[in-house]
Unconditional design. Structure first.
Length: 116
């Protein structure tokens, strides 16, 4: 099994950075994903983060930790993490650990961007 992650910046403004995540968000990929997202938020002075997680195949506790850390960081500046196109498997994991209340969920990036 190839447990890698792909991530890319889809768009960015001072309102929000839109990032696509694919693959595995786990112990092996969490640090690189977190660093990439931090760099994008910083480079564009983005207040919010929209994560297109449609391609996320698996998220471990380390991956959930990345999402939680980003939410905590953005919340300190009245920002938030919005997840779009979430698959049932990822939503289930977030529900199991009681993390769904920390995020906003939208069906599309366009809908998410209207939240700000």
């Amino acid at each position: 099994m190839n447990e890698t992650a792909k991530y890319s910046l889809l768009a960015a403004t001072t309102d929000a950075a839109v990032i696509s995540l694919e693959g595995y968000v786990n112990y092996d990929t969490a640090d690189e994903i977190y660093s990439f997202i931090q760099a994008q938020l910083s480079a564009h002075s983005s207040k919010h983060l929209v994560l297109d997680v449609s391609g996320v195949e698996y998220a471990s506790s380390a991956g959930i930790g990345v999402f939680m850390a980003l939410q905590e960081q953005l919340q300190q500046h009245a920002g938030r993490v919005v997840m779009v196109n979430i698959q049932e498997s990822l939503l289930h994991v977030l529900k199991l650990v009681g993390a769904t209340e920390y995020f906003l969920f939208c069906e599309t990036v366009e809908v998410a961007l209207k939240q700000f």
